[in-house]
Design a protein around this ligand. Structure first.
Ligand SMILES: Cc1cc2nc3c(=O)[nH]c(=O)nc-3n(C[C@H](O)[C@H](O)[C@H](O)COP(=O)(O)OP(=O)(O)OC[C@H]3O[C@@H](n4cnc5c(N)ncnc54)[C@H](O)[C@@H]3O)c2cc1C
Length: 275
């Protein structure tokens, strides 16, 4: 039996993505302009799409054909406009006493570190330099009494989790950050920082070299789900695949899934112009 899903909304262009604008060595991939057949198709060319395609490649090698279909350009969506922190420790740790919640924090930390390790191995494999991926660590810094209290609470939680950290004073913060504004800080070691647009361009280029078919400017406007082979319809072509992985973030609802059960959060940041 065929189930037809028409996509209700497509990603919009919210304007140029800062990291993408300043990154010179961009990738470029064709649009779907014919009828293609693969074994696996991943819809969405962000970080989730990258993770899915890379993992499939690790598991299946060249035995099965894999394609990634992106509605807009690679790095024009959130992948090219986020702040680039790959945090290992949650922003907020749960409670002083850790009744019932310590396990949850520990699980989250293990998961985050697994993802950072995967991102690091992709960076090494595809020859990215430190400007695209670095194990920078993270500094939480403050200039107010209220901020000091947050740092103290955070330090207490880290101690409860047996996580190492270093407390920093004004002089150390000045020499590290180049500003005298902050007076107390806390540093942890395992966060990574990426140039998100550069990272994602390089990663998809690497995937393409390994045989993954990457397509951009190809919004999926309709899906026909069948028992054996599914068909995705784009404006100028189609993709037939036995397996579909949806890595479309909140747009999963535009395909009719998770009705009335997702809360969409929009975050914004800006980048100052180089003077
Ligand atoms: C300003 C800002 C700062 C942020 N800072 C951080 C940070 O420091 N650290 C952090 O971890 N996270 C941060 N985030 C969040 C992070 O960017 C997202 O969680 C992440 O990009 C989600 O990745 P994703 O692959 O799941 O989804 P997305 O990056 O949204 O990728 C989904 C892709 O699916 C495509 N798509 C949707 N519909 C279709 C369709 N019909 N056909 C084909 N393709 C389709 C979209 O075009 C999109 O490219 C930030 C986000 C913003 C906006």
């Amino acid at each position: 039996m065929v189930k037809t899903i028409k996509t209700k909304r497509l990603p919009k262009d919210p304007g140029p993505a800062g990291w993408n604008e300043i990154y010179k060595d961009k990738s470029s991939f064709p649009a779907v302009d014919t009828d293609i057949e693969v074994d696996w198709v991943v819809i969405g060319g962000g970080f989730a799409g990258l993770g899915a395609a890379k993992r499939l490649l690790q598991l299946l090698g060249s035995k099965e054909r894999i394609a990634v279909i992106e509605a807009r350009g690679i790095a024009q969506g959130p992948a090219g406009r986020n702040s680039g922190f790959m945090l290992d420790l949650p922003h907020e740790l749960n409670s002083d006493t850790y009744v019932g919640s310590k396990e949850q924090d520990l699980r989250q930390i293990r998961l985050n570190r697994e993802a950072i390790t995967m991102a690091e191995s992709i960076a090494h494999q595809y020859g990215m330099d430190k400007a695209l991926f670095s194990r920078s660590g993270k500094i939480t810094a403050s200039a107010t009494e209220r901020g000091y209290r947050s740092i103290e609470t955070y330090a207490k939680h880290l101690t409860a989790l047996d996580e190492p950290y270093e407390l920093l004073g004004a002089d150390e913060l000045y020499s590290l950050l180049g500003t005298q504004f902050y007076t107390k800080g806390l540093r942890t070691a395992k966060t990574a920082m990426i140039q998100p647009a550069g990272y994602i361009h390089s990663a998809y280029k690497g995937l393409a070299l390994e045989g993954v078919q990457v397509y951009e400017c190809s919004p999926v406007v309709e899906m026909k789900l069948n028992d054996s082979v599914h068909t995705l319809i784009c404006a100028n072509g189609s993709v037939r695949a036995k397996n579909v992985i949806m890595a479309v973030n909140g747009h999963i609802q535009s395909f009719g899934f998770f009705k009335q059960s997702l809360l969409h959060i929009f975050t914004y940041s800006s980048m100052t112009r180089a003077s």
